[in-house]
Design a protein around this ligand. Structure first.
Ligand code: ZN
Length: 144
């Protein structure tokens, strides 16, 4: 379950998007992400319980990934989001109380934007539309 950002959202209202560390009130740009990120998927995810949708940024540092898992990053494809799964949805309420979906992995509905920054791009963020997909039905991703 992700942290509660109620101290921020109670003052500023619902954010436009979330990432693993906070909330965004300005429109998403990859420059707003972690300085060490090599890839970022800006995605729409859905709570499995209440169906609420959120815009989220999923950041990946390919060197951390290699060190942690010993394999190359799996990019989004037509059937699934690869290694760009958000995990539990942002903390939210449904029906006046904490939604039980906050402890369940969300589903990915859409990769809205996909960005790459590494030696191949001169460390500039370059959008790669070939990794942007909309998933049918319930979406994909179960955190496995
Ligand atoms: Zn929910």
């Amino acid at each position: 379950m992700l942290p509660d950002y109620k101290d921020i959202t109670s003052r500023l209202g619902e954010p436009l998007w979330y990432d693993g560390r906070g909330v965004g009130y300005d429109p998403f740009r990859p420059e707003m992400c972690d300085a060490y990120a090599n890839y970022v998927a800006f995605a729409e995810v859905k709570c499995q319980v209440c169906g609420r949708r959120f815009s989220v940024a999923v950041e990946v540092n390919k060197y951390d990934w290699l060190n942690s898992f010993g394999r190359e990053v799996q990019f989004p494809g037509a059937a699934d989001e690869g290694d760009f799964h958000y995990g539990d949805p942002p903390k939210h309420e449904a029906g006046g109380s904490l939604c039980p979906g906050v402890t369940m992995s969300c589903t990915t509905r859409k990769i809205i934007e996909f960005w790459v920054r590494d030696t191949s791009t001169g460390y500039r963020w370059v959008r790669k539309s070939e990794y942007e997909f909309e998933y049918r039905g319930e979406g994909c991703g179960d955190g496995e």
